[in-house]
Design a binder for this molecule. Sequence first.
Ligand code: FAD
Length: 290
Amino acid sequence: FLNEQIADLDGKVNVSFEFFPPKSPEMQKTLWKSIKKLEPLNPEFVSVTYGAAASTRSRTHDVITKIIRETGLTAVPHLTCIGSSESEIEAIAEDYWEKGVRHIVALRGDLGDDSKTGDFQYATDLIHKLKSLHDFEISVAAYPEVHPEAESAESDLQNLKRKVDAGASRAISQFFFSAEKYLRFRDRCDEEGIGIDLNPGILPVTNFPQLLKFAKFTQVDIPEWMFKVYEGLQDDPETSRLIASHIAIEQVKLLVKEGVEDFHFYTLNRADLTYAICHSLGKRCLPSVA
Ligand code: FAD
């Protein structure tokens, strides 16, 4: 039944892809190969993350500029409150607007050991600022399993509501492996009248030990079955990739069955798995324009 439903999707599914700024010329090559491979799938947008260190920040800007210059994709920069004054944020936003950027993913940002927020403390403050400058489309982060610093699930949900009231029109979820938790969160958003697009963040897991570290930090639950599935594959990246693709395809199929039509992929700058999952969702390359 599920496969028939998927085969019937016929272009109904929308996808977006997330990349991070490359740290080396080698990684730069991989990123661009991936962008070129994924571009014909006609994503709604592609976003580029924003780091805490000044060096990685300028790389976000560089990747965004190159995407605008060299592709037909809608480039969406992430922007955070970490370590920036109000005037710095203004300058970045004005520069993006001039370059034609109309959509920003607005975040508080990860608080590292010594990183501090700047003039803005929360994502909501940043959204207010961006909206006061220009009518940017704003996407924000949402946490089906609750943000680790939140006082409670309820207060975290109220925070999402504040971000929407401030002008966000889309929330992209933290990655998750329990569709049930995501769907309950979606229900809670509906009950609270948070009427925006909630795009599930899909993370294909190719490196399970690394995921465990990341999941601890983000407090995302890793179900017992995943430990079993990846057992003994530490030194077998090829099989891990096959399994990752299978798990993610099952995950998106289940979400489609529950009415989800927009997916955000954490590509980790690699195209193959994301491409395969999108293909299974009925996405096909657009014929090239002569
Ligand atoms: P906020 O929405 O500001 O919330 C932060 C915490 O404060 C939450 O616990 C919230 O409940 C609480 N809170 C908010 N307002 C108040 C208040 N008034 N009083 C008390 N508590 C409050 N990080 C990066 O550094 N760069 C990136 O590019 C990046 N991209 C991301 C993309 C996605 C899709 C996701 C899901 C996360 C991303 N992150 C990124 C991680 C994100 O920055 C962290 O999760 C960060 O810790 C929280 O950011 P936020 O925008 O959700 O913060």
